[in-house]
Design a protein around this ligand. Sequence first.
Ligand SMILES: *[C@@H]1O[C@H](CO)[C@@H](O)[C@H](O)[C@H]1NC(C)=O
Length: 327
Amino acid sequence: MVKFISSAIKAILCLSASFPLASAFTNPVRNPGGSDPWMVYSGGYYYLMSTTWTDVQIARSETVDGLKTAEKKVVYTTTEASHCCNVWAPEVHYLGDKWYIYYTAGNADNLDGQNMHVLAGGSTPYDDYTYAGQLTNAWAIDGSVLRFNDWGNFLMFSCFHGVDYQSICLQQLGDDFVSLTGDITVISEPTEEFETHGTPVNEGPVALYVNGATQIVYSASYCWTPYYCLGLLTWDGSSDPRQASAWSKHDGCLLSSANGNYGTGHNSFFQSADGSETWIAYHATSNSSGACDDSRYTMVQPMIANSDGSLSFGEAATWEEVFEEPS
Ligand SMILES: *[C@@H]1O[C@H](CO)[C@@H](O)[C@H](O)[C@H]1NC(C)=O
């Protein structure tokens, strides 16, 4: 009897060792409805933003795994015709002493009215938000904040600003964080082979500050193809960042379709709770033709820290891989 109990306990211990419940997770973290995943860690919570195309949602949990079942709190929705609909890519950023949500929205009829809008929030990402205005006056999507010590803050977004294809643009963010000032400049156009599958596209820019370098990770090629992938721009460290010549483009994709995940793109980076690890969240689809719709799911995995302080993206993970929670 004693022997039986002890082997039963052993079996339970063994089971919990191979399937740790509270401290690990598998992908995807959101499926479906996991496109353009924006994640941050703040004040004890991981936050994940999403949209059902007519609202801005935020979920939070103390663990990445907990995001799978966390409430999707709607922080904004409107019936205003000019920005009711086609809501895309909400991102929450801490600027000054408040959180702001930058997001894309347009009208219900077509995608011609897509522009950047901003919501002003409070001292945590989960506080109430109020609509603070439209930031752009010409087609613009996927806005994100880029910070420089010497040049201030910029909104970077995907635009057609005197160019034929969706490119990456910069415009200075006002001191109030809810306006843009100065000229719009184009810093990257989809000119390389890896950026031109389906149709040439540069979109979804996000900042990556690592190893003393200021970089922009962006999505390249058309999302209805399996070639949609992540590209990289690196600032030269001194020139006016509004000049395209201040940026060098990495040759090829840094994260691309693998292990049944197609069209790996439009990512965000977040720090682990103790700040020691950088993680990436990105979307992908199981459809080998690629997808731009709600079938996209959210993948979360750690960036690989190299001994010289740089980061590698690794490969899009399988759904079987068990990740320890960020430390
Ligand atoms: C995959 O994408 C293609 C092209 O958009 C579409 O025709 C097809 O129905 C999709 N397949 C599935 C299983 O959703």
